[in-house]
Design a protein around this ligand. Structure first.
Ligand code: SF4
Length: 365
């Protein structure tokens, strides 16, 4: 009979030991559901002893829909010659920011894309202009693929791009474009996007400059199970390199690939097959493996609120944002939506105390 390794791995995780990719996979495949959730929840309570679940009001805005990355899972982007092509105007930003402020939020998640014509100066001017008009606005903007793209366009280093953007008003860098940190997968899914080492290098440069980042993962497409857990190891190792005073990756947000109408499903027959149980198990193993990333957020937008509520008992401690506007994931089938009241009610119904937070995960009164 095969020896059950899961009790000793769970024990190691509860004592803060580093769980390897192989051990994570073993937990994911073999640990009894109840034991796995109980261990992940205990780990969460060690890191965050109060039964509080945080949430935030922020707003997604796409700078443009023109992007030449060619991601097979994206229905949103188009070429610059397309009749759908747009660049968000100054008036549109102003209207969206005023609406955000009226709803009580102050953070814009500015999603970029790899626009062939917009250089660093464009973003510098955009960020400094928005900050001048709205000094209390926080910009959580772009991501490693855009930083790599701009560095190549301008012939300067990632660090120089980040410094210029930080000076112009960039507050934090989303972990966008991580998908799966495997070059094999990236070549298949996003031929025009940065490599694994480029993605990680940008994050290290950001952490050196005390720019807080987040880490993400989009799974359930062409990756192997091993590649999912290797992704977590790369995040953990990168986090271990950050300067002590830097927050580094402040949170981790994994979500299943949304397949509706994507080239990946139409041309390659790849569909999202991540079940609710599989998602919850992955959240739990993530909590146990990522001992140095403090916050874990399930994606209610893609898995729905009931599944996200169970994730709060599987190691997750943050419920993310109300969704005022989102285009990339929504255009591939993510159809859930929620306002402040819905999120607060969902957190309470799951047995936790809701606390609105800011970008640094500080509770707001
Ligand atoms: S997912 Fe983002 S980077 Fe990829 S094609 Fe769409 S807009 Fe571009």
């Amino acid at each position: 009979m095969k020896h059950d390794r899961t009790p000793e791995i769970l024990d190691k995780a509860l004592n803060g030991g580093p769980v390897s990719a192989d051990e994570g996979l073993t937990l994911f495949m073999e640990a009894p559901f109840g034991n796995l959730l109980a261990a992940a929840h205990s780990r969460r309570m060690q890191l965050h002893p109060e039964p509080v679940v945080t949430w935030i009001i922020d707003r997604n805005v796409n700078i443009s829909n023109v992007c030449h990355a060619g991601c097979l899972f994206c229905n949103f982007s188009c070429s610059r010659s397309s009749s759908r092509a747009y660049i968000t105007t100054s008036e549109e930003y102003h209207d969206k920011i005023r609406e955000l402020f009226s709803l009580g939020g102050n953070q814009l998640l500015l999603q970029g894309g790899l626009h062939p014509d917009l250089g660093l100066q464009y973003y510098e001017k955009l960020f400094s202009g928005l900050k001048k008009d709205f000094p209390e606005l926080r910009l959580h903007a772009l991501g490693p693929p855009e930083i790599v793209h701009l560095a190549k366009m301008e012939g300067i280093s990632y660090g120089e791009v980040l410094e210029i953007l930080q000076k112009a008003g960039l507050d934090s860098l989303p972990g966008a474009g991580a998908e799966i940190l495997s070059d094999r997968v990236r070549k298949m899914l996003s031929p025009g996007k940065c490599s694994v080492s480029e993605w990680l290098q940008v994050m290290q440069e950001a952490h050196q400059r005390h720019i807080t980042t987040s880490a993400t993962m989009m799974f359930g497409h062409v990756e192997t199970l091993e590649e999912r857990f290797q992704h977590l190891i790369l995040l953990r190792e990168t986090q271990a390199l950050k300067p002590e005073q830097s927050k580094g990756f402040i949170s981790f947000i994994p979500w299943p690939f949304q397949d509706e109408g994507t080239a990946l499903s139409r041309k390659l027959g790849v569909f999202n097959q991540v079940s609710a149980e599989e998602y919850i198990r992955f959240i739990a193993v993530s909590r146990l493996m990522l001992h140095n990333i403090p916050n874990l957020q399930p994606s209610w937008l893609t898995v729905g609120i009931p599944v996200a509520q169970i994730c709060l008992h599987a190691g997750a401690n943050d419920f993310g944002s109300v969704m005022i506007e989102e285009h990339v994931v929504s255009s591939a089938g993510a159809s859930y939506s929620a306002d402040s009241q819905t999120l607060v009610k969902a957190i309470r119904a799951a047995g936790f105390i809701p606390a609105r937070r800011n970008q640094d995960f500080e509770h707001l009164i």
